[in-house]
Every structure is written in C-alpha cells, then in structure tokens.
Design a protein around this ligand. Structure first.
Ligand code: MN3
Length: 199
C-alpha cells in the first residue's frame, strides 16, 4: 500500500484572489508535494516502514537533535505537513470560531498579538521550515518554528495551524518578502474552522 498525493480541497485557482496564485499551487502541490510522495514510496519499499502509517513513520524516523534528518523522515514529514497545510487554508470567508478565539486570547492576550508572534516565528526561521500553532503536551497553546520537515508530531504536540516558509511556498507570489506572505496567510488564507476542529 503506497502513499498517494491527495487532491487539493479546492480548485488550483480558488485562492488566487486571496494572494496564493494558481501557479504557486500548481508548483507547490502538483510538483513539490508530489515529489515528496513519490520519493517516500521509493524509500520505504522493502524496509521495516513499508505498510506503516504516515504518522508512525514520521514519529519512528525522527532523530531528536540531529542536524540533518534521514530521507524517509524528510519525505514522510513533508507529505504529512503539506496535506495538513492545504486543509488549513480555504477560499471561503474563513470566520474565526468563538471557541478558537477564546483559546487564542487566553494564551496570547489578543488575536492580533497571536498573529504578530506567529508571523515573527515564521520570519525568524532561518532557512527552510515551518511556523506552527500547536496544542502542547500540557494542553496549552504555543507558537513554534521548526526546520525543514520537522513538525509537531515529533514532539507529541497537536498541530492546529502550520505555515510553510520554504521559499517555494512564496517566491512566485511574494518574491523574497516572506513577512508579507505570512501576513497575507494569517489575514486572508487560513481556514479558521479547520484550525478550530483540531483543538
Ligand atoms: Mn512546501
């Protein structure tokens, strides 16, 4: 049983008016994400990881503290990360559910302060990686940043929101302006209903 590239949960041009172009989604989903899936399938074939779930592979191959991770981890985690990422965005009005707003305000003071801290985490990730809003092991909400494909599963946390800050995610639409991409992601692209459903 091999892994498959999931369809985007919306059309490739569905986010264009919100700052993520059809071209970005064609490259990012159809080429980048697909490459992680096909490479993962090749790498796990004939290993102890064949037939295991994606989550089991991510958790089982993560090497805490290692400067560079192994190929199976990198491709498995990036497959998981991107699958979540597509679902965490949406073309609709993306209203903020009350229970999520309450939890965010309790943890960060105001919703604006949360957005400021999340954007700072993403802008401050040196090189490729991700910014996250997680539910930590103690149940509290926390903002984190991770390098390359490392994700909250590695630390036993629940991923509520993740933003890809690899250059391939923003270079077509925002060129080198990662902070502008992060601000637009938070203001226009996040499907807060999806985020709330992960609480
Ligand atoms: Mn990516």
């Amino acid at each position: 049983m091999s892994f498959e590239l999931p369809d985007l949960p919306y059309a490739h041009d569905a986010l264009a008016s919100k700052g993520m172009s059809k071209e970005t989604l064609e490259y990012h989903h159809d080429l980048h994400h697909n490459a992680y899936v096909t490479t993962l399938n090749k790498l796990v074939e004939g290993t102890e990881w064949a037939g295991k779930s994606l989550e089991e592979i991510v958790k089982g191959t993560y090497q805490a503290g290692a400067v560079a991770q192994n190929g199976i981890f990198n491709n498995a985690s990036q497959h998981w990360n991107h699958t979540q990422f597509w679902e965490m965005m949406g073309p609709g009005e993306n209203a903020l559910p009350g229970e999520l707003e309450k939890a965010i305000v309790e943890s960060f003071g105001t919703f604006d302060k949360f957005k400021e801290d999340f954007a700072a985490a993403g802008a401050g990730q040196f090189g490729s990686g991700w910014a996250w809003l997680v539910k930590d092991t103690d149940g509290g909400l926390k903002i984190t940043k991770t390098e390359n494909g490392v994700n909250p599963l590695c630390f036993g946390q629940t991923a509520l929101l993740g933003c890809d800050v690899w250059e391939h995610s923003y270079y077509i639409d925002f060129r080198n302006k990662r902070p502008a991409y992060l601000a637009n992601f938070l203001d226009n692209l996040v499907n807060w209903e999806n985020v709330a459903s992960r609480l």
